[in-house]
Design a protein around this ligand. Sequence first.
Ligand SMILES: Cc1ncc(COP(=O)(O)O)c(C=O)c1O
Length: 420
Amino acid sequence: MTPEMLSAARSIPSSCLHRIFRAAEERAETTGEEVINLHVGDPYFDPAENVAEAFIDAVRRGETKYTGVEGMPRLRSALVDKLREDNGVDTAVSRLLISPGSCQGLAALLQSLAEPGAEILLPELHWPVHLQQSVLAGLTPVLYPLGADLRPDPRAIAAAATDRTRVLLINSPANPTGVVLDEQELGALLDLARSRGWQVVSDEAYEHFLYDAEHTSTASLEAGLPVDERIVHSVFSFSKSFAMTGYRLGCVALANDRAADVMKVVQEANIIGTSTPVQYAGIAALASRATSTAANRKRVQRNRDTALPQLIRAGLLSELPAGGWYAMLDIARSGLDAQTFAMRLLETKGVAVVPGDGFALQPELDGHGRIRSHTFAPFARHLIRIAFCVDPVQLETGVRRIIEFVDECAADGAQAPAVS
Ligand SMILES: Cc1ncc(COP(=O)(O)O)c(C=O)c1O
């Protein structure tokens, strides 16, 4: 295939997450030893019992035919209530679409917002899927530098924007940084977007995992505006809040009816619909949300408060993440770069973590929206990401081994044995 024929999809490098996922599976298979999985955001706890029951009951009743592309009216209506009561977002069933996982909802949303030549603003430390999806949708990612404490700074965002900018993506609590934005910070970003005529995508997959504050939904800040003038499209997930990662359920609350109509067409082409029994499970999850979301947050917070302080004492972490399921560790003291560190840690200690440079890809695109080349932001060279939503004993063990490994590498001048 000549370079001119290369598709945008073929030009996108595979995510660092999936590479480490495969390496961890391979190691477990070849050695027969258990790998401590700190690389994936999959919780150690299960959905509430009524969720599985609702799913099984739906299958038994034969509720296994297609639903409309938008999703079941009962689930959409329950979500409209939840968004009004819990998030302060006044959406309507007509503007709320169910998706098979929020990741798919996000992809469809970006496809529906993309215009030829349009740019999307992402932070230089971002969830790789946001970047991959942008390129697939035909949006050119423009990466803005993060300010102090890895927080988005409106001045830096304004400076990175061009006259082709159309979308600003906000992710609070953030993957991978754990940063939580307060109402004032979100307001400043929204004011900037509004003044420049941009659309805002607010990815709130971790809305129930804030440890020191209440979550603010970006769209709640435009609740007083006429629907036609709203610009915030919000994406929510059942995966994290209700521990339903494998069910695959999410939703998108579109800013206005125009945007909802476009996304419906995109979803007609993409999914036809979301699994019907899974949607019944979603209705059950929402019904028991008051107890389940609080319990799930407590579980992850306990992990954070028990295991992560050791990393602070070891000089690998500056402070506890304010939200989300991840911590970014600085392993510079080991003398290894993050890629080498992750591979050797897996090989010698059986612990899987994600090298941070995978969250800091800096692509250069050609005139056809394809990635011509890429580098990694130098500041991420010594960062690794761990997930702290995992089994507490595994987390403790993993953290202990990471500290041990950093100490060993530092002691022998980073001459750790080569990976075979
Ligand atoms: C920031 C962010 N958004 C969205 C998702 C996707 O969640 P799902 O597709 O499981 O709903 C994830 C999953 O890790 C995530 O980290």
